[in-house]
Design a protein around this ligand. Structure first.
Ligand SMILES: CC(C)(COP(=O)(O)OP(=O)(O)OC[C@H]1O[C@@H](n2cnc3c(N)ncnc32)[C@H](O)[C@@H]1OP(=O)(O)O)[C@@H](O)C(=O)NCCC(=O)NCCS
Length: 180
């Protein structure tokens, strides 16, 4: 498995991956229009021997200090191999390269993000998300997502829960990872 920044040709497989989970109400649906507009936010996990997209995730800026990690999805056939964690850690490295101070996530799987160091917060503490995104969401009145944050100034995100360094590979120089 390799991680790299997404390319325009990844939009269709990313869309299928996300909308497959959206049909099961595990994620919000995305259109290809939305994905083309936001493709530079995305990192993908691809197979070593091909460009098949195995997973995806996005880092979306809200300001100089805050960004959201969103659209994390791993193909069901690849679950439990550490791809989801690797994607989040790559996005954390990308956030660090931009000198961001906090990351937020709105999720139905708080246990997954909790293992990476995110902690629960009141969603009202994230007005950027509420005013820029939630007001347009069809689920605004019955939102079941849980808000979490990671303070990048307080946590050494490059170490796993046992304190061992995490291999983030090409993402140490994230801006060199743009598609050719
Ligand atoms: C959640 C998801 C991204 C996890 O991807 P993955 O590649 O299977 O996860 P990893 O193998 O990297 O797991 C990392 C850790 O999280 C745990 N974990 C993974 N999914 C979990 C879940 N649904 N609930 C609780 N813990 C979970 C793993 O057990 C592992 O723990 P460990 O380090 O103690 O062994 C994937 O199942 C998925 O795409 N789900 C549907 C879409 C979704 O809910 N995305 C999140 C949107 S915010």
């Amino acid at each position: 498995m390799r991680l790299r920044k997404a390319r325009l040709s990844d939009v269709e497989p990313i869309c299928s991956l996300i909308n497959g989970y959206a049909q099961k109400s595990l994620m919000l649906p995305r259109t290809t229009f939305h994905l083309f507009e936001n493709i530079r936010d995305f990192t993908v996990a691809v197979a070593n021997e091909s460009e098949n997209v195995l997973g995806c995730g996005a880092l979306h800026f809200y300001g100089e200090e805050l960004a959201e990690i969103r659209s994390i999805a791993v193909d069901e056939s690849q679950a439990g191999r550490g791809i989801g964690r690797s994607l989040v850690q790559a996005l954390i490295s990308e956030a660090e390269s931009y000198r961001l101070k906090r990351l937020c996530v709105f999720t139905l799987v708080p246990e997954f993000f909790g293992k990476i160091g995110f902690t629960l917060v009141d969603r009202l503490s994230l007005p950027e998300k509420l005013f820029l995104e939630c007001v347009y969401c069809p689920k605004i009145n019955n939102c079941d997502e849980i808000a979490m944050v990671l303070n990048l100034e307080a946590v050494d995100c490059r170490r796993d829960v046992t304190g061992n360094p995490v291999e983030t590979g090409a993402f140490d120089n994230i801006r060199q990872g743009w598609p050719k």
